[in-house]
Design a protein around this ligand. Structure first.
Ligand SMILES: Cc1cc2nc3c(=O)[nH]c(=O)nc-3n(C[C@H](O)[C@H](O)[C@H](O)COP(=O)(O)OP(=O)(O)OC[C@H]3O[C@@H](n4cnc5c(N)ncnc54)[C@H](O)[C@@H]3O)c2cc1C
Ligand SMILES: *[C@@H]1O[C@H](CO)[C@@H](O)[C@H](O)[C@H]1NC(C)=O
Ligand SMILES: *[C@@H]1O[C@H](CO)[C@@H](O)[C@H](O)[C@H]1NC(C)=O
Ligand SMILES: *[C@@H]1O[C@H](CO)[C@@H](O)[C@H](O)[C@H]1NC(C)=O
Ligand SMILES: *[C@@H]1O[C@H](CO)[C@@H](O)[C@H](O)[C@H]1NC(C)=O
Ligand SMILES: *[C@@H]1O[C@H](CO)[C@@H](O)[C@H](O)[C@H]1NC(C)=O
Ligand SMILES: *[C@@H]1O[C@H](CO)[C@@H](O)[C@H](O)[C@H]1NC(C)=O
Ligand SMILES: *[C@@H]1O[C@H](CO)[C@@H](O)[C@H](O)[C@H]1NC(C)=O
Ligand SMILES: *[C@@H]1O[C@H](CO)[C@@H](O)[C@H](O)[C@H]1NC(C)=O
Length: 475
């Protein structure tokens, strides 16, 4: 049934303020949806972007200190030096900084406030956040050689950097637990480093290998030496603000969500989306094509007229991780020292989650501290996480004989559920074949992008849009 007919029958037609017609409807204005919108406009298509927040960028979020005007990127910080990154930044005349080409402060010295907040070196102490005790880590002396062996192992599977087009049958390496893959290819000495840069991956030793090697990937092993990039003023949200101006406010619906879709049985072949907006009531969108760019777990797709194929794939997500980020003020501990969470009894001394990954000072703003909290599942509420963070900070304060305080939240953002996962058995049985086969469904009208279709990595999502999504949509 036509959605507009449905509205007439149900008596809701008078609530729809207007019908908006575009070439492409894009649901989700994060890293992938925003970049897709810009790319489609560059192809002379008209678009409309829907996002539940009041800004574009999703996991990219820059906080501005109201007192000093200084910035902190609490979400996405780094990009790999790939052409697509240079192109996206230069399109909006935004400056990039090469993190390997600048002078970092010596640990113990103050931060350079002219540099992005992410560039601040401290001394590091490994601490068990459960009780504040020091942890003496097992020594893993051969990191360089182990990274080399890791690069060789990953090079066999370089195609995972392009998407989820896998050989059939899927190589067992790709669905074995990542810990077993590390043992098989003998790069244990690199694992603690890989763990540290794989925040948000939850139980990294046990996730299927394909997820781990797309996240901290072959390109990272090169970027470690070639230099990562960040916005030169530490203002990564700027790219999304500029992209938003380019897309045009008349083409973005903020604080909006999908109420219902009719993509299967329309009279004129166009896809219809009934959208609830906070400020302007209901709107009916009518588009020739659509892009889904939100995490596609079933709870996030209520109201969608899912096809059997979509339902068959998205219902196979069995778990996801918890990941929260933010900043607190008023910790009162030594701002030249970062405490990294660790445990004495675990393999590789990995911390026991759910927990803070570290308690680290920002350095550029007095007594402001990074909060990055991880969990192996998405079940904690935001309030529970905030309570937990404060208790862990107080545990550390007691351990270093600092006054116990009630730190103030400057900003707090949930990224949960983060990193949707299918089971090893599902991967073996062709989960990713079925996922990628969704592209171009509904007769060449329905398309998908975002972390679930590739990986949680802006650089690679933009490459996926350029190399896979946009060409498929133009066919
Ligand atoms: C703390 C943190 C640090 C990170 N650091 C880096 C980094 O340094 N470098 C890097 O490349 N990557 C980093 N990442 C990963 C990167 O941000 C993600 O991979 C990327 O944002 C995923 O893009 P996406 O478009 O799939 O999803 P998102 O960017 O999350 O976008 C999804 C969008 O959809 C909206 N949305 C969701 N559900 C709905 C709904 N039902 N209705 C309407 N709108 C909805 C959301 O508001 C959001 O704007 C980091 C992630 C986090 C959380
Ligand atoms: C498709 O729409 C037509 C009219 O718009 C309606 O008669 C028919 O029942 C619909 N079919 C399905 C499967 O919803
Ligand atoms: C978009 O339109 C411009 C101006 O008409 C034209 O020069 C350009 O080739 C078009 N691009 C595409 C991809 O069609
Ligand atoms: C970043 O700087 C390093 C050190 O100067 C240099 O080797 C590397 O080529 C630079 N990377 C880019 C992408 O310019
Ligand atoms: C601080 O950073 C700026 C910008 O990168 C640089 O020009 C300046 O030399 C740095 N100062 C110190 C003391 O390193
Ligand atoms: C923990 O380690 C730090 C840094 O090495 C040291 O200053 C502190 O005294 C240690 N604390 C305990 C309880 O051993
Ligand atoms: C594994 O790596 C270590 C060095 O870390 C090396 O001594 C050992 O020979 C390697 N084992 C195999 C089977 O290659
Ligand atoms: C950061 O970017 C935002 C969005 O473009 C902009 O409004 C703000 O002025 C920028 N801040 C700085 C200090 O550059
Ligand atoms: C902070 O830590 C540094 C490095 O351990 C130390 O030199 C300095 O004395 C400490 N400062 C205070 C106030 O304890």
């Amino acid at each position: 049934m036509h959605l507009s007919q449905l509205l007439v029958i149900t008596g809701f037609a008078h609530l729809v303020a207007e019908e908006l017609r575009r070439d492409v409807c894009i649901v989700g204005g994060g890293a992938s949806g925003t970049h897709a919108a810009v790319s489609l406009i560059d192809q002379n298509k008209t678009v409309i972007v829907i996002d539940r927040e009041d800004r574009l960028g999703g996991n990219t979020h820059t906080w501005t200190d109201p007192h000093t005007g200084r910035l902190v990127d609490i979400g996405v910080v780094v990009f790999q030096p790939k052409q697509v990154v240079f192109d996206f930044f230069s399109k909006f005349d935004l400056p990039l900084l090469n993190l390997s080409s600048i002078q970092w402060n010596e640990p113990g010295q103050p931060a350079n406030i002219s540099q992005p907040a992410a560039i601040y070196n401290t001394l590091r102490i490994d601490t068990d956040f459960r009780d504040g005790s020091n942890v003496t880590r097992t020594a893993w002396p051969d990191v360089g050689a182990a990274l080399g062996r890791m690069a060789e192992a990953l090079a066999q599977y370089d195609y995972v950097l392009e998407g989820y087009e896998l050989p059939d049958p899927v190589p067992e390496d790709l669905y074995m637990p990542f810990g077993a893959f590390v043992d098989k290819y003998n790069f244990s000495d690199a694992f603690p480093l890989v763990y540290q840069v794989s925040q948000g991956m939850g139980d990294l030793l046990h996730v299927p290998t394909i997820f781990a090697i797309k996240y901290f990937n072959l390109g990272d092993l090169q970027a470690l030496s070639q230099g990562y990039l960040t916005h030169a003023r530490g203002n990564n949200s700027d790219i999304y603000a500029k992209a938003g101006e380019f897309i045009g406010s008349e083409n973005i619906l903020f604080r909006s969500s999908v109420v219902a879709t009719n993509r299967k049985n329309t009279t004129d072949g166009r896809l219809e989306f009934l959208i609830s907006t906070r400020d302007e009531g209901l709107k009916l969108l009518s588009c020739k094509q659509a892009v889904l760019a939100v995490p596609p777990h079933l709870a996030n797709l209520r109201g969608w007229d899912l096809t059997d194929e979509e339902h068959g794939v998205f219902s196979q997500y069995i778990t996801s991780n918890g990941y929260w980020t933010g900043l607190v003020k008023g910790v009162g501990m030594n701002q030249t020292v970062s405490h990294y969470n660790a445990a004495g009894e675990t393999p590789y001394n990995i911390p026991v989650l759910p927990a803070l990954y570290a308690l680290a000072p920002v350095g550029t703003i007095d007594d402001v501290w990074w909060i990055k909290f991880g969990a192996n599942n998405p079940t904690l509420t935001d309030g529970q996480v905030q309570d937990y963070v404060v208790r862990q900070i107080q545990t550390l304060q007691r351990a270093v004989n600092a006054p116990v305080t009630e730190p103030e939240w400057l900003i707090f953002q949930s990224h949960t559920p983060f990193h949707l996962q299918a089971s090893p058995q599902a991967i073996k049985n062709g989960f990713f074949r079925d996922l990628t086969a969704l592209q171009g469904g509904l007769g060449g009208k329905m398309f998908y992008t975002g972390a679930a279709f590739h990986t949680h990595y802006s650089t690679y999502l933009w490459q996926y849009n350029r190399d896979v999504l946009i060409p498929k949509m133009s066919r």
